[in-house]
Write a protein that binds this ligand. Sequence first.
Ligand code: MG
Length: 291
Amino acid sequence: MDISIREVAPRDGLQNEEPIPTDSKVRLIDALSETGVGRIEAVSFVHPKAIPQMADADEVWRQARKNPNVRYSALIPNTKGAQRAIAAGFREIEVVVSASDTHNRRNLNRSTSESLDDIAALIPLVHDAGAALEVIVATSFGCPFEGDIDPDRVAGIVARVRTDGADRIAFGDTTGMGTPRRVRDLLSVVRPDLLHFHNTRGTGLANILTALELGVTEFDASVGGIGGCPYAPGASGNVATEEVVHMLHDMGLTTGIDLDRMIETAEMAEKLLGRTLPSGVLRAGPRSRLV
Ligand code: MG
């Protein structure tokens, strides 16, 4: 079975790290583009005052070598961002809304309901450009402010955005509150196209395995586990791509990714970021590498 990994280090990862130079971002995207990964979330088009890490998004994307075998996407917060992404040539665009109203207000300064109205207005603009819009439902497995999130609330958001014309749905475990039980509980009510898990509390791979057993075949991951947790300094965030690939390949599943190349990219990323990254496979190597 083919599992589709979307590599999110250049955007989601770097957005939660100390800013690095444009050239380093381009090197990271280019290295990832040669690992065999099929999809890369490359940049976000956000206001530079809000997210200084992405202030050079246009320049990063201009300089990146675009591998024709890779589908690149961009995250946008609003119509202006969508216009920038479309102008830059992106045809896969992502937008975030939080299942938690409190998290949505902290993150986007508006209620979940207001964000859903914004998304509804955005969809025709994206479609008119021949692009597809993915809606990422953040805090789907729990919210750091509100605690548990009712699966029916997530299902309601999914129903709304599907009716409005969203092309794809992803669920984000924004601060790593998901557990296999919670994955089962939510997915028994509503299915996403893709899952974005965090390993903040060590449940990332267990959650992926659970979702696989329930038939989900698309996952986000970040090389080296780049991208910390915005509410817990020092804590890990995104699941590490090489850990996910290492597990999947040993299960006989295919990803198209060359594991050794991905580990080399994680080593490079550690140098670019100047910090030790939270990845077991990066530290220990794959199980096939004997001592
Ligand atoms: Mg993330």
